[in-house]
Design a protein around this ligand. Structure first.
Ligand SMILES: [Zn+2]
Length: 107
């Protein structure tokens, strides 16, 4: 089992999981039940999407990247990761790629 990314918004994690499911890649969400138990948002406890088979990791990243970039293009809104510079959909708070904080491109 290998983690793909973590994100405070469980809805988005579920969305990504459904994308992988459609692609035939088994995945699980860790920390799902911890959401809401902490008063403060702690990234360690954010829901984390993981592939069941480590061998699927690279392909899963590829599929999600493609889809999320498409989504971001559709919403015409992107933010760059402060850590790795990867572009994320505008409503992401945590980089899907490295887990770092994202910030608006134009700031
Ligand atoms: Zn990043």
């Amino acid at each position: 089992m290998k983690e793909l990314f973590r994100e405070r918004d469980l809805t988005r994690v579920g969305y990504c999981q459904s994308i992988l499911e459609a692609a035939g890649i088994p995945s699980v969400v860790r920390n799902e039940t911890l959401t809401g138990l902490t008063e403060f948002p702690i990234p360690d406890f954010f829901p984390a999407l993981c592939v069941v088979n480590d061998d699927d990791h690279a392909r899963a990243i590829e599929i999600l990247r493609e889809r999320l970039v498409t989504d971001a293009a559709a919403s015409d809104e992107e933010v760059a990761c402060a850590e790795c510079g990867e572009l994320n959909p505008g409503n992401f708070e945590v980089c899907w790629s490295c887990g770092g904080a994202v910030r608006p491109v134009n700031l």
